[in-house]
Design a protein around this ligand. Structure first.
Ligand code: AVJ
Ligand code: FE
Length: 434
């Protein structure tokens, strides 16, 4: 990529992230921007100013070497200093101040870009800092979308309905045992936890060709899945009882047994062929036990998503190395819910596994750990401090994820009890090699 192409890409991704942050914060009034919609989430106005604050710290000050814009507010927007539930009681910037602040920071970021030659050390010379800032903003845009899903009141967001099934997708693909290259050392915008590329041997296994759908999940519920202690781990059962889980979040059953789902302020009957969303790791794990299967490991998920046995190489996406389009996958908040299974035949992997990228984040059985040779970059606070914590890895991105923050190597993580994120799952199973 030439320096000019790189500059254009940076302008595109930074512009797209800011348009989305604005859309997610301009659609509600001041009171709603400053309100706590859930103790799990920050007020929307905190996310907005935090986006600016990280851009100021990581890009304008550290990489650009510029003077601070608002050194007095660093502490307010440091995610490690105040819990999400306490942020409404901080002396935060008002919505108008936050909008002005992020614009001032962005103007300086453009100036840093204008003066960048993209020469220097190997990672910086591909504009990594700009890519990281765009990914960070998009991650918060997905978090803000989750806040919108938790907010009550009439709908303020709208998007076209996602596509329906184009092909029938069911059953499993057999992924032959052998080594593959996991992670990346080459993708210049990959984050530290995706690095370095390393060879992993994965024994033969069966991978579901699609995520578990609402109809499949209803069968689990109606077979007593939430009442059967034997299907849950000890911690899972404890959480199920304490949190009184009996269906995915935002579901309700009416008196004649129909399941309804509330999505961004609109209540509709559950779509049977849509991947289930808003389940925690413990629910996914209990479902797997009920089905006589298991969650895939992170290595299995990545091999299914990237490995092309005909060439023996790992690709960026299930369909190859081409950038995602609307024909491949449901990303970019283009739709506000997962598409029906079978809606993206062009997005299938070499082995015929569908919906790996987009639609729903997929829980894996793996804890969030460092790859061999991991080096924290550029800050320990992005990944390192979360390694070896109580986190499970999620893969593949959701309808709420932007393509700049989603690829075959991308690793997300969360606590096994969390389900306000756009999380679903698919299953895997051991297979004897033939
Ligand atoms: C990678 C999605 C777990 O939202 O906590 C945002 C991303 N890091 N700001 C998160 C992140 C710093 C992170 N996740
Ligand atoms: Fe952040």
């Amino acid at each position: 990529m030439s320096a000019e192409q790189l500059r254009n890409r940076i302008e595109t991704v930074l512009g797209r992230s800011r348009a989305r942050s604005a859309a997610l914060t301009d659609c509600v009034d001041e009171t709603e921007l400053m309100a706590q919609h859930s103790p799990l989430m920050s007020p929307l106005v905190w996310d907005l100013a935090h986006i600016g604050s990280q851009e100021e710290l990581w890009l304008v000050r550290d990489v650009g070497g510029r003077d601070p814009v608002r050194p007095d507010i660093d502490e307010l927007y440091d995610a490690f200093k105040h819990s999400r539930s306490s942020r409404t009681s901080l002396p935060l910037l008002t919505p108008d101040e936050a909008r002005g602040y992020v614009q001032t920071v962005r103007d300086r970021a453009w100036d840093v870009l204008d003066r960048s030659t993209f020469e220097g050390r190997p990672v910086e010379n591909h504009g990594f800092a700009f890519g990281m800032i765009a990914q960070h903003e998009q991650q918060h845009d997905e978090t803000m979308l989750a806040t919108h899903q938790l907010r009550s009141g009439p709908a303020v967001l709208a998007a076209p309905a996602p596509p329906v099934s184009a092909v029938q997708v069911s059953g499993e693909a057999i992924i032959s045992g052998g080594s593959f290259s996991m992670g990346t050392s080459l993708d210049p915008w990959a984050l530290d936890n995706e690095r370095p590329a390393h060879t992993v041997h994965v024994p033969t296994f069966a991978m579901d060709r699609a995520p578990i759908t609402n109809a499949q999940f209803v069968e689990f519920i109606e077979d007593g899945g939430y009442r059967r202690r034997d299907l849950w781990t000890e911690k899972g059962w404890q959480h199920r009882v304490e949190a009184d889980l009996s269906a995915p979040q935002f579901w309700e059953r009416d008196s004649d047994g129909t399941w309804w789902r509330r999505s961004f302020g609109v209540r509709r009957p559950v779509r049977p062929h849509q991947p289930v969303v808003h389940v925690c790791w413990f629910e996914a794990d209990a479902y797997a036990r009920w089905a006589g299967k298991r969650l895939p490991t992170e290595a299995e998920w990545e091999k299914a998503a990237r490995f092309d046995a005909t060439t023996g190489t790992s690709r960026a996406y299930p369909w190859g190395d081409a950038q995602p389009t609307a024909a491949h996958t449901n990303l970019n908040q283009r739709h506000l819910e997962p598409a029906d299974v079978g809606a993206y035949p062009d997005g299938a992997s070499a082995d015929g596994v569908h919906h790996l990228i987009g639609d729903v984040w997929e829980w894996t059985s793996s804890d969030f750990e460092a790859y061999p040779g991991f080096e924290a970059f550029p800050y320990a606070e992005y990944s390192e401090v979360f390694l070896r914590g109580d986190y499970k890895v999620l893969r593949g991105g959701s309808f709420g994820t932007d393509e700049v923050a989603c690829r075959g190597t991308f690793r997300n993580w969360d606590h096994p009890i969390r389900r306000q994120i756009f999380s679903g799952f698919r299953l895997a199973r051991d297979v004897e090699p033939s």
